[in-house]
Design a protein around this ligand. Structure first.
Ligand code: IPE
Ligand code: IPE
Ligand code: MG
Length: 238
């Protein structure tokens, strides 16, 4: 795919990958089939997004609230990750992609924590694109954990509370070093944030598409970017 010269490609894009369940239900399939199809969508998008020129792609894979789903659905999602981790590594290596996971990984089974650590370590020097997966991620939990880390640093005398700036606090978040999303995309039509990147999206442009996540692809991504290109970002100025 050619890099599209007339499009202004946002540097940092975040996606709420929603609609897997509806995609499956519409076809009379179990919800887990929607997740499987959704994983394939994501697999294709990693290389495509990098070639398009996106530098940071942050996707919502599993929220702190998603544990409320049935045990079957949750364990199917874990199995899916186990199945895809080798592919993910291959893709990351082939495309020069650095992998990073945000969210509280400590709640996952041991083998998954180990894989997540290994995927990060194996790709840490790649620099074409950073692909950030939000897993057991919730914005409020992230901010709570950041506040706790900050309090510890005050206690140990490492920092002094009068010095705290917004950028300084952002460094305590899981997304440390990741530029705030220019564009936030949500698939399948829902007009809410579902506890995603609340601090980071303060000035992101939001595009919601009715396309269900398993049907999303590079052309749909380009459509979202075209909409983004039509926006006027003012950041509170005039
Ligand atoms: C998004 O699809 C994937 C996850 C939250 C893991 P959903 O499973 O939420 O799909 P819908 O919203 O029920 O259609
Ligand atoms: C948000 O989708 C979480 C992910 C995409 C991983 P949900 O489907 O969980 O969000 P709600 O429940 O519709 O708000
Ligand atoms: Mg959903």
């Amino acid at each position: 795919m050619e890099k599209n010269v007339e499009m202004n490609i946002p540097q940092s894009v975040a996606i709420i990958m929603d609609g897997n369940g509806r995609w499956a239900t519409k076809r009379g399939l179990p919800r887990t089939m929607g997740h499987k199809e959704g994983a394939k969508t994501l697999e294709k998008l990693i290389g495509d997004a990098g070639r398009l020129g996106i530098k940071y792609l942050t996707v919502y894979a599993f929220s702190t609230e998603n544990w409320k789903r049935s045990e079957d659905e949750v364990s199917a999602l874990m199995q899916l990750f186990r199945f895809y981790r080798a592919n993910l590594l291959k893709l990351a290596v082939a495309n020069g992609v650095k992998l990073r996971f945000i969210g509280d990984r400590t709640r996952f089974p041991e083998d998954i924590i180990k894989s997540v650590n290994e995927l990060e370590a194996a790709t840490k020097d790649n620099s074409n694109m950073e692909f950030i997966v939000a897993a057991n991620y919730g914005s409020r939990d992230e901010i709570r954990r950041a506040a706790m880390k900050y309090a510890e640093d005050i206690k140990s005398g490492k920092v002094c509370n009068e010095d705290l700036t917004e950028d300084g606090f952002a460094d305590y978040l899981d997304t440390k070093g990741v530029p705030d999303p220019d564009l936030l995309i949500r698939t399948s039509g829902e007009l809410r944030l579902s506890n995603y990147l609340l601090w980071q999206i303060a000035y992101s442009e939001i595009v919601v598409t009715d396309v269900l996540w398993p049907d999303f692809n590079i052309d749909e991504l380009k459509k979202c970017i075209e909409i983004y290109n039509g926006r006027s970002r003012r950041f509170g100025g005039v």
